[in-house]
Design a protein around this ligand. Structure first.
Ligand code: 7PJ
Length: 279
């Protein structure tokens, strides 16, 4: 279960941590903090020191109602940062984008994994991913970031998300993506109400039992805010609780803003899962 991310390996035989570096002015949690390259590099350095196993670079916020960013603008935000991080550190880098042109520029700059919240459905994205021949994360989203939280509806959210992801896997493999280069993600908060997010978490094993590693991204998200009625900067405890639950249920990659604390939570849940039953 080792992903080759453009020569840098990501070993998913145990749960790992994906640190978030948003190079956007409007990301819901840290928007604007890392728009300049030095700040982004410093953030990368911090997350690596705290134990990140991969860094996820995003140039377009996909929080509900976010603005669409032009492809060239998104490339100008992410490519220089990826180049800097890739030159400076030996850590695998993922590009969080839906756009094929950004995928190409990011991999050229040193990214080794495509993290697509749109599961390669954008025109040209699947062809780009096949050509770039790097691992991909396929995530479920109902609608678009601009529309997804307007009355999301499911008859059976767990079954529907699982069916969507398996259909995308089938399409990707038929197009030439290797199955061992695929990871899946239920897409917490992407066209889901609180109860949908909770059901997806409760039944996460319906995804983790599949032969693909599962990535979970709940860091500081509305699943926490809805339940605890706390603001974004008061969601660390909730994020860590869900990180522990996710890994307990088989998630192999936790996407987070808070790497140090999440690393501790994951280490504990691993310790419980792996302890010998008898001396
Ligand atoms: N794979 C994956 N990529 C993501 N990119 C974002 S951006 C919005 C935010 O961080 O709230 N979320 C996710 C997620 O949940 N999974």
């Amino acid at each position: 279960m080792i992903f080759d991310c453009a020569g840098k390996s990501l070993d998913l035989s145990a749960p790992r941590i994906m640190g978030i570096v948003n190079v956007t002015p409007d990301s819901f949690s840290d928007g604007g903090k890392f728009l300049n390259h030095d700040a982004a590099l410093k953030q990368a350095e911090k997350l690596i020191a705290e134990g990140a196993d991969i860094l996820d670079i995003g140039g377009e916020s996909t929080r509900p109602g976010s603005d669409i960013v032009a492809e060239q603008e998104e490339i100008e935000r992410v490519a220089p940062v990826i180049e800097l991080i890739s030159a400076e550190f030996d850590i695998p880098i993922s590009i969080d984008t839906m756009k094929p042109g950004v995928m190409r520029a990011a991999v050229k700059a040193g990214a080794g994994l495509i993290n697509d919240v749109n599961a390669l459905r954008t025109e040209g994205a699947l062809a780009a991913a096949v050509e770039l021949n790097v691992p991909v994360c396929l995530m479920h989203m109902q609608g678009t970031p601009q529309t997804m939280q307007n009355e999301p509806h499911y008859d059976d959210v767990v079954a529907e998300v699982k069916a969507f992801l398996l259909e995308r896997v089938d399409t990707c493999i038929k197009a030439g993506i290797k199955s061992e280069q695929i990871m899946l993600d239920p897409g917490f908060g992407f066209g889901k109400r609180a109860r949908h997010n909770l059901r997806l978490m409760k039944h996460l094993s319906s995804l983790t039992e599949l032969p693909y590693p599962v990535l979970v991204g709940v860091s500081r998200k509305s699943i926490i805010g809805d339940m605890l009625k706390v603001t974004v900067d008061e969601r660390l405890a909730g994020s860590l609780s869900l990180a522990a639950i996710s890994t307990w249920l088989g998630a192999k990659l936790i996407r987070t803003h808070d790497v140090k604390e999440t690393h501790q939570a994951v280490k504990l849940s691993q310790a419980v899962m792996q302890v010998e039953d008898f001396d």
